[in-house]
Design a protein around this ligand. Sequence first.
Ligand code: ATP
Ligand code: MG
Length: 405
Amino acid sequence: MKETILIKLGELVLKGLNRSTFEAVLLKNIRRRMTGLGDFEIRSAQSTIYIIPQDEYADMDEVQERIGRIFGIVAYSRACVVEKDLHAICRAAADYLRPQLEEISTFKVETKRSDKTFPYDSPAISREVGAYLLQQYPHLSVNVHEPDLIVRVEVRDFGAYVHGAPIAGAGGIPVGTGGKAAILISGGLDSPVAAWRMARRGVELTAIHFASPPYTSELAEEKVIRLLQKVGQWAGRIEMYTVHFAHLQEELLKKCPEDLFTILMRRFMMRCAQAIARQNDCDALITGESLGQVASQTIKAIACTDAAAGIPVFRPLIGTDKAEIVAEAHRIGTYDISIEPFEDCCTVFTPRHPRTRPTLAQLEEAEQALDIDGLVEECLRGTTHRRITFRGVQEVPAGQGKKDR
Ligand code: ATP
Ligand code: MG
């Protein structure tokens, strides 16, 4: 039986004049995600996008998996395609929806007919299909108010479709319609979830990771790459920059008060990240901070961190509980990787008594012992660049970042 996927455009429909731009980006994202799965006709008509395989070999389960991870899709259905013939439609409904029909006791049929040349109108089609299903499945009865299943029939100009309950999509808006921002990503649980949430609001991601070899291992960095590959299954391509931070951290340890270490380090993270963000046309930074989780995530500490960033810093997890973040990490597929035990650059030098109520004046005074610009420049010089896509991970030589985009 020939299958297709029908995508209902949810929030997109509300976007008024921007709608066509949003839809164009979504179509582009869908086309890109179907790469390698076969030949498809992808078309949009009347608030629905159709993904129609052009050969019999398309792996529709994989297509479904990928569709489920594309932002901008609220719900989709796997539908069976039939010739525009009433009896064929009845038979298709009975066969294609068998697994669902066997499980339920009540149903109703809803028909949409946009092909006005089809000789039956919508109510007549619904009646015929309903009667056929009652005959084929004697345990069923019709309930128009609260059916267990709505059997949907669509008769379009270019074909007829039968489908059952829609499947929830990833929601949000298409990646590429919300600007660009850089996620500061550690190997922890929070930052991949923060990245995912912003991508879901249409933001194209660049990732910045701070590594401290030899204090942190290569495996820690490799873990971050795997996390980004998971996030990338939803967010699309991600440019990843790894900043080497060990020397800076040694300088902080040597020259600054220990209880301010974490905030001083975070201020340097902001300075380096901001420079990389600017080079990549990103207009904001993103972190995985959540209020009160650790000493550096108090309001006062966050204010001191932000004072070092020249661009907006988004913290999509600021008001979430750990349990909610864990649930989301499971959904995204990052949880199992995040809990692998590797040292992060933040944990190698954690002060014994971090200050939870630092003031900007204290930090600025401590920073007077440092050559701020020189340290940032040194970090940026040692930065490596990778491109993470569906096809894999590619090292990008220095200076070739944007040319081949
Ligand atoms: P996460 O689970 O994301 O590591 P966390 O609760 O452990 O968060 P911190 O370690 O204080 O919190 O880090 C707060 C935020 O700072 C992280 O969510 C991330 O955005 C950023 N960050 C921390 N360490 C790094 C790092 N090594 N590289 C890049 N960003 C980092
Ligand atoms: Mg962390």
